[in-house]
Design a protein around this ligand. Sequence first.
Ligand code: ADP
Ligand code: MG
Length: 328
Amino acid sequence: MTATAPLAANRPAQPASGQPPAIAIRELSKTYSGGKRALDNVTLDIPRGSVFGLLGPNGAGKSTLINILAGMVKKTSGSAEIWGFDIDRDPRNAKRSIGIVPQEIMFDPFFTPRETLENQAGFYGVPKDQRITEELLRAVRLEDKAEAYARTLSGGMKRRLMVAKAMVHSPPIIVLDEPTAGVDIELRQQLWDYVRSLNAEGVTVVLTTHYLEEAEELCDRIAIINHGKLIADKPTRELVAMGREKTVVVTLGQDVDALPQGRSFEKVEAIGERQIAITFDMDKATAGEVITAVQAGHYDIVDVVTREADLEDVFLKLTRENNADAAA
Ligand code: ADP
Ligand code: MG
């Protein structure tokens, strides 16, 4: 998939009201008929021109959010605007402004890739002379398979066809829901190249993932959603910095008396009679400095365990901060 992004010709004109965010979500909630509250009062702006990551563990509510935007799941309450168009009041323009690559691969196995794209363009009412079928086939490297039945395509090819299908109407926003689930490394790289080329052409890209590294690599802004709630919405740089923490737990030969000191430690606490946990930023300190500081307190060291922050810790940290904010 090389850098050929689709033409902007068919993109809907911007609404008159200046420059709203690409997607504006307000107090959006969804409770499924079984009673599961999959989205809980989510308010979020996705800036124009960004590569935006919606990050969260499985079951967090990511697909529910995307499917509401796609018009495939009915929200329980709240509102959403896509490119300034309200999904309830102006569903037609809202739909024309977004291309969605769903998590599940789905299309008619008896059509060829070319037919699939032509049908989809017809569905969106793109006039014949404005269709970009051949360009899209090239962009996702399916020009050789243009006449093959979709059911004979490999998994990777099917996913590429899904991406092309989402772009037939040249929307200003493309959303990829878990695009690399079950995708090999080579295809992943091709997919990212294509996503970057679309973004370079001005397309706002939204992708959901449960991999922190994936979001880190691609996105300039990341929102984290957990149990249906938005718990963070930050520039990637800030979020990644939160995961640069390491905790060293030292078990001592004596009861804890005075806590060791270190200028570059973030937190020092006694977590048991003979255990101290020291947390530091990996850019500022090392486990060696921790050990030196403990030894300076004339303790014997019986055991040392180190733990690096992962997404789970970032979640916990954010949740703690959120609770502290709420209590303040
Ligand atoms: P994610 O995409 O982040 O993995 P989903 O939005 O798919 O999460 O799911 C969020 C929660 O809603 C999960 O607990 C899931 O089981 C539930 N859920 C998803 N779709 C349905 C549905 N159609 N009916 C009932 N519950 C659902
Ligand atoms: Mg999902």
